[in-house]
Design a protein around this ligand. Structure first.
Ligand SMILES: [Zn+2]
Length: 287
């Protein structure tokens, strides 16, 4: 059985074709911003002649199950019937989920939270995406709109977030936030300097970690996950990031009577997480 995994992001569109667990074809193109139709036409073109039987999609934005549509601010999409549009073009059953859901599936399948009963995924990028596994399955909520951890309010009097609330985690703990906290320096520069022991950059990074761990503390107390997996651009900081999060959580828990069982881990799958997870979701939900 040949299954396509499709990753729709704000920068690129990636497709992969899997025969069993084997990746047999891969392609990546720049995301067209003309219209959702242009995106679907491009995907059909990238999969031409691939003889697929199923397709799964991990897309930026949120996928509402009730209306079966996708809304994604960074793609300029509102209520796009993506599943129907792709089913028409590809001529096979299509499953659509958000990109964080695809990423956690890839990690759950053979990555750092493999087979976990309960795990939380945070994408640290321009914003903060989220997904979770509960009882060994993706947790979707009533309308598939849950796990938006980036919009947990952590400072109620904070600045207005893109979502309209005030003081969301995403405002304080995304890659965008880290950059802002260092006066506009790139995340790579901040992390390289902090790793090299630059005191000012370490202070900025640790202040950032404190904000991120306010969110993580809530996730741990609510869900008791075995792992919090970090993905997205900022996860490129690797163990430097994971260790500092773990240490800050230990500091928070040291003042409580609660044991800290949760482990912070860096996602193993990098660029291919979306296509792998999307194909797994298609197999799990359409077969
Ligand atoms: Zn928000």
């Amino acid at each position: 059985m040949r299954i396509a995994g499709i990753d729709i992001g704000g920068t690129s569109i990636k497709v992969g074709v899997f025969d069993g667990d084997m990746l047999v074809h891969k392609d990546s193109r720049k995301t067209p911003f003309d219209s959702p139709d242009a995106v679907c036409d491009l995907i059909a073109d990238m999969l031409l002649g691939q003889n697929i039987q199923l397709a799964g999609v991990g897309t930026a934005g949120s996928v509402e199950s009730f209306s079966d549509t996708v809304s994604a601010s960074n793609l300029g999409w509102e209520g796009v019937p993506l599943r129907r549009m792709l089913t028409e073009r590809l001529g096979v059953p299509v499953w659509v989920d958000n990109d964080a859901q695809a990423a956690i599936m890839a990690e759950w399948h053979d990555g750092v939270c493999r087979g976990a009963e309960c795990a939380v995924y945070l994408t640290l990028g321009t914003g903060i995406g989220g997904a979770m596994i509960v009882a060994g399955k993706p947790y979707r909520g009533k309308n598939n709109l849950g796990a938006e951890f980036g919009h947990m309010i952590i400072h109620p009097d904070g600045p207005r977030c893109v979502c309209g609330r005030r003081g969301c985690l995403e405002y304080y703990a995304s890659a965008t936030a880290l950059k802002r906290m260092a006066g506009g320096l790139s995340c790579r520069t901040i992390i390289d300097r902090a790793k090299a022991g630059d005191k000012a950059m370490l202070d900025v990074f640790d202040a950032f970690i404190r904000e991120l761990c306010i969110g993580m503390n809530t996730l741990i107390m609510v869900f008791d996950p075995e792992y919090i997996v970090l993905g997205g651009g900022l996860s490129g900081a690797g163990e430097f990031l994971a260790e500092r999060c773990q240490r800050e959580l230990e500091r928070i828990f040291a003042d409580t009577t609660d044991p800290l069982y949760c482990r912070v881990r860096i996602a193993r799958h990098k660029n291919d997480a979306g296509i792998i997870g999307a194909a797994l979701l298609a197999r799990e939900n359409l077969l």
